[in-house]
Design a protein around this ligand. Structure first.
Ligand code: PHE
Length: 513
């Protein structure tokens, strides 16, 4: 579908599935379960839900509104709505580009695991998780090949257009993912000791009492972890939701759509928890692994523990393995295409403004090639296994902070831990204190003339979102770079005050003129 040459969604449900597809990704299936486990289970869930309503929903509505109002991709959209925060558009284009550097590599790993399980299914061999993962990491060539394959799949879908490619993929992919997830959940919950996994997730304090995690994290770091996870999982402050919103028709209700996207994403994250945590814990307990030694966090959960889970199930195991990694692959593709679209949309819009139509294929090819260049570095690095990680190149020896330990963490730190929370904080300050919340609320009124949402939105966008984002920023920076928490709180507190004053000062004069 096209309006004045610019793409648009075929239907609201098509948009919803695409936005849910963007949101549901590796963050839900892998990040959520292990972060919930490591951050005290139930406490994490409560904090997460609070943040989703008071922060996630607000930013989601804001991005959709700015996208739809301007009908532009992030760089030009922000140019139009703000004088002081134009750089937000660039942040929201560079961040998804950086995320793609490792998202595609992880997508490639997932494809390798799918292939592995398919081979096991056909030839009856079983491969253990640790051996498989090490083999994959120290084989840069294989990693690069599968990364390229993953990029090509995304490229072909995005070249198909907004409704012809992205919407179509999600219309089939999302329901399929849901069904496959249910199959895995049934299997996971019927394994021995599954109830232990549920307790780990839902009984407050249980994971510490039983020794699954060594000490209970303090509430501030739970806030940081849950906030960062929520943002990444909802695809916020990365331009993706703004870009998808820019293809949405004026009649649609932005608040209702946002509620559906947030609810669906959270539901899938929880379901992924049911699919993954009980299975992982069950495997460990059956094999006598002590609680403190279980690999239920980080990349090892997805690529070591779960592969072991499937290998441990006997003949039928690889079948569940194929189903599981296929669903993770769909989730990864549906998110990656939103990132790719966000990066490409700027140049597609530019050409359109010059009267050049149909340049999507060419632009997406170039974007894919650029992504390939950065992704090859991350793939070759193999999580720091092959001697080209940042610390090695800089000649730093001894213990290094996460950000320099491997290229994946390096890219992740800049995008997910820095640009994303900083961008969200400044976006809220821009709306709340520079332009005023009516920038968003007037646009919301097109599809929803009721007033119920207004007061809630104004309060959250002016106060809650900026303050929470400053905490999230501090928490993520401490996690990625090390150093003392107090130092990061002071730095982020100063940044908050600086941008707050920057946003608010001088606006009265403009109105009076
Ligand atoms: N939301 C995706 C996930 O959970 C990742 C993503 C982030 C996608 C930002 C688009 C934009 O994995």
């Amino acid at each position: 579908m096209e309006q004045n040459g610019r793409s648009s969604w075929g239907s609201n449900i098509g948009f919803l599935l695409a936005a849910i597809g963007s949101a549901v990704g590796l963050g839900n299936i892998w990040g959520f379960p292990h972060k919930m486990g490591k951050s005290g289970g139930f406490t994490f869930l409560i904090v997460y839900l609070f943040l989703a309503v008071f922060v996630g929903l607000i930013v989601m509505v804001s991005e959709l509104a700015i996208g739809r109002k301007t009908k532009l991709s992030p760089i030009d959209a922000y140019k139009q709505v703000t004088k002081k925060f134009k750089w937000l558009g660039w942040a929201a284009t560079i961040a998804p580009f950086l995320i793609m550097s490792f998202y595609t590599v992880l997508g490639g790993y997932v494809m390798q695991y799918m292939a592995l399980n398919l081979a096991e299914l056909s030839f009856g061999i079983t491969a253990g998780g640790m051996d498989s993962f090490v083999a994959i990491l120290v084989n840069p060539f294989g990693a690069v090949v599968f990364t390229i394959l993953f990029i090509i799949i995304c490229m072909v879908i995005v070249q198909g257009g907004v409704s012809g490619g992205i919407e179509k993929f999600n219309k089939i992919g999302m329901p399929a993912l849901f069904v496959m997830l249910l199959v895995i959940i049934v299997r996971s919950l019927t394994l021995p000791y599954a109830s232990e996994g549920l307790k780990f997730m839902f009984v407050p304090g249980y994971s510490v009492a039983k020794g699954y995690i060594s000490e209970a994290p303090d509430i501030i770091s739970v806030l940081g972890t849950a906030g960062g996870q929520m943002f990444f999982s909802l695809s916020l402050a990365m331009g993706a939701i703004l870009t998808y919103g820019s293809y949405l028709s004026k009649e649609e209700n932005l608040v209702k759509n946002s509620v559906i996207i947030v609810a669906a994403d959270t539901l899938i994250a929880l379901l992924a928890g049911f699919a993954v945590i009980p299975a992982a814990i069950s495997y460990n307990l059956q094999n006598g692994v002590a609680p403190g030694d279980m690999m239920i966090g980080g990349p090892k959960l997805l690529f070591v523990t779960l592969q072991d889970v499937f290998a441990n199930m006997g003949k039928i195991g690889p079948l569940f393995g194929v189903i599981f990694y296929a669903l993770v692959l769909i989730a990864a593709i549906s998110s990656a295409i939103s990132l790719m679209e966000t990066v490409g949309a700027h140049w597609i819009d530019k050409d359109l403004a010059k009267g050049e139509k149909d340049t999507r294929k060419k632009i997406i090819s170039i974007v894919s090639l650029l992504i390939l260049v950065e992704a090859v570095v991350v793939a070759w690095d193999g999580l720091g296994s092959n001697g080209i990680h940042p610390a090695a190149l800089l000649g730093i020896q001894g213990s290094v902070p996460d950000v320099l330990a491997d290229w994946l963490d390096f890219m992740d730190t800049w995008s997910e831990y820095l640009l994303m929370p900083l961008g969200a904080m400044c976006m809220a300050l821009m709306i709340g204190w520079e332009s005023g919340p009516d920038l968003v609320l007037d646009e919301v009124a097109h599809g929803d003339p009721s007033n119920a949402f207004k007061a809630f939105y104004k309060f959250c966008v002016k106060f809650i979102v900026p303050i929470v984002m400053a905490f999230v920023l501090a928490g993520s920076l401490k996690g990625a770079c090390g150093g003392s928490a107090v130092m990061w709180y002071i730095i982020c507190g100063v940044a908050l005050v600086f941008f707050w004053v920057f946003a608010a000062v001088g606006n009265k004069k403009e109105v009076a003129e």
